[in-house]
Design a protein around this ligand. Structure first.
Ligand SMILES: [Fe+2]
Length: 415
């Protein structure tokens, strides 16, 4: 029986030792790195590597007396081959910290390298939950998009290009030492990428706030990465949802609006803090196999699934969706709980629509002949399936996909 009751009154987050937020705060990078490293490996992608902001950050760390090596060939969706190449280049060179300056894949590369450079072996040895045998090198994250939340999470998502499958290292040893979140770095992020990463962050907030409280045993608290919705992650979700509500449309319409960039980037940080111990749920479980079929941006994939996942989950967490309606300012206590919940869901969809995110599955390349395969594979994401308030099954996911393909956003109660 699914219960949404947090019987233990639990609150639990994992987090970096320090989080520094604010426009211009990237200038603190040299002092942060100097405190932990003699020889830092800074990783980024080719686009970021050509920017004056990146050059200035590298120079500032060198000026602080730290030896800096740069790896600037990080690829999207972090293929394992990328990690193998960087390890071959830098193992045995005395690297004692990694710094990831970029989007989610870049930061995940910095985390993966910190694990392998400290523990040896192949990154494959560490796929799974709590498989890393000892501490990683200290990791510093500097995000350049407002979305994934990877700057504060203890997970690295890796595309194993030999096995052709998406894997992950989830381990508290991956928790960054420091996150430096500077919204100025997102000012040049193009509108399409801004919308997709913000849709991802919004999906994280919804999935974390409606995840199941797991009422974990002491043993589960110590050995599971995701322990369920709890009172601290709820606090981050509430703040993140309010900021997204105000900032999401503005940031896509006026990319130079630093206040809006700050709001969305802070919301993405809140979302990262929430999913780091709650995890995500059905939208992320189902998006995984869809990503393998059609190469939709992750944020648009989870965003397009969200309307149907929210409807599927609504009967199991009506009170939570009603609270989302109140947090987003579209519901009040005078309405019934169900009316408030409907208003909340409709507002989330309106926010996605306002930034041009697709709201149906045809738009992200899903076809009826894929339903069975997607449903089967989504059930393999066991950690996320367990988080979902609505009990997932292959049949339920197939039916949900059909609703999404037909863009059926009426108030159905059974997929
Ligand atoms: Fe995501």
């Amino acid at each position: 029986m699914v219960t949404m009751e947090n019987r233990l009154g639990l609150g639990f987050v994992r987090q970096p030792k320090s989080v520094l937020f604010g426009p211009g705060q990237r200038r603190q990078l040299p002092l942060t790195v100097k405190g932990i490293a003699k020889h830092a490996l800074i990783v980024t992608d080719e686009r970021m590597a050509t920017t004056p902001e990146f050059a200035a950050m590298v120079a500032s760390v060198r000026d602080a007396g730290v030896i800096v090596s740069v790896y600037d060939r990080a690829l999207p969706d972090l293929p394992r081959s990328n990690i193998l190449e960087a390890v071959a280049l830098f193992a045995g060179k005395g690297i004692d910290a990694t710094v990831g300056i970029g989007g989610g894949s870049v930061m995940d590369l910095a985390k993966s390298l910190a694990v392998v450079l400290a523990n040896g072996g192949d990154v494959r040895d560490y796929y799974g939950e709590f498989k890393v045998p000892g501490p990683a090198l200290p990791i510093v994250t500097v995000p350049t998009t407002g979305g994934t939340g990877a700057e504060v999470t203890s997970i690295a998502v890796i595309f194993d290009d030999d096995a052709n499958v998406k894997m992950a290292i989830t381990d508290a040893y991956l928790e960054p030492h420091a996150a430096i979140i500077d919204p100025e770095l997102t000012l040049t992020c193009p509108p399409g990428l801004t919308a997709a990463t913000a849709a991802d962050a919004l999906s994280h907030l919804i999935e974390a706030f409606t995840a199941r409280p797991k009422n974990p045993t002491p043993e589960e608290l110590a050995t599971k990465i995701y322990v369920g919705k709890n009172r601290i992650t709820d606090m981050f979700c509430a703040k993140g949802l309010a900021l997204m509500n105000a900032g999401l449309k503005r940031v896509v319409q006026t990319p130079s609006d630093l206040a809006a960039r700050s709001d969305v980037m802070f919301a993405a940080y809140c979302a990262g803090m929430a999913i780091n111990t709650t995890g995500t749920a059905a939208a992320h479980a189902i998006q995984g196999p869809i990503a393998g079929l059609s190469h939709t941006p992750h944020g648009f994939g989870v965003g397009a699934l969200l309307p149907y996942v929210m409807r599927f989950n609504l009967p199991y967490c009506t009170a939570e969706f009603a609270e989302i309606g109140r947090l987003l300012g579209v519901a009040d206590g005078a309405q019934t709980e169900l009316e408030q919940a409907h208003a909340g869901i409709a507002r989330v969809e309106a926010m996605l629509a306002e930034v041009g995110a697709p709201l149906d599955l045809k738009a992200i390349g899903v076809k009826p002949e894929h339903f069975a395969q997607i449903a089967k594979q989504s059930m393999l994401a066991a950690r996320l399936v367990l988080n979902n308030p609505g009990p997932m099954s292959e049949a339920a996911v197939s039916a949900l996909l059909a609703r999404g393909y037909a863009a059926d956003r009426s108030w159905w109660t059974q997929p």
